[in-house]
Write a protein that binds this ligand. Structure first.
Ligand SMILES: [Mg+2]
Length: 169
């Protein structure tokens, strides 16, 4: 079940400092959109997310978007951030991660995914063989299906804590 465990856990994406990222041996970041950079279905990134991205880019870290969202929305969102993107990425399947990482020529050993969902972002990142960083969702889920998933995720978080995964939140 280790495939469900993140390597790191933070509260919000903007709580991850450039030093944190570099200490992980990471130079390239794949970013989830919904509940990571904005609320679910949000049209624009949170201001804190924009400022965070600017900071880490200035620190020499590169980033791209990997979202299961539809082309139009994801492209527009990535455009605002000035990032490359992979839309309809079918996380947790490896295909979406593979597509963008190969296109950009990033070494997997120095790449991490940051996302809020264990069953898409973390499972997919682990299956693809990159580092995985879980953040807590920006918005509490209103939809029953996602609320149930959140409850299941709690048991994995507990296990991660017992395994000594670094928590910063
Ligand atoms: Mg998400």
């Amino acid at each position: 079940m280790d495939m469900f465990l993140p390597d790191y856990v933070f509260n919000r994406i903007w709580d991850i400092s450039e030093e944190d990222i570099k200490s992980m041996g990471v130079k390239f970041l794949l970013l989830d959109v919904d509940n990571t950079l904005t609320e679910h279905n949000g049209k624009v990134p949170r201001v804190e997310a924009l400022k965070w991205l600017k900071r880490i880019k200035e620190g020499g870290i590169d980033a791209a978007i990997v979202s299961n969202g539809r082309a139009k929305r994801v492209k527009e969102f990535a455009g605002v951030l000035g990032l490359q993107c992979e839309y309809s990425s079918r996380k947790p399947l490896r295909v979406g991660f593979k597509g963008v990482v190969e296109r950009l020529g990033w070494p997997k050993s120095e790449t991490a995914i940051i996302g809020d969902q264990i069953y898409t972002d973390i499972l997919g990142g682990n299956a693809f063989g990159i580092k995985t960083i879980l953040v807590r969702p920006i918005e509490t889920e209103r939809r029953l299906f996602l609320r149930i998933k959140r409850i299941l995720e709690k048991s994995f978080l507990k296990r991660a804590k017992n395994r000594g995964v670094l928590f910063k939140s």
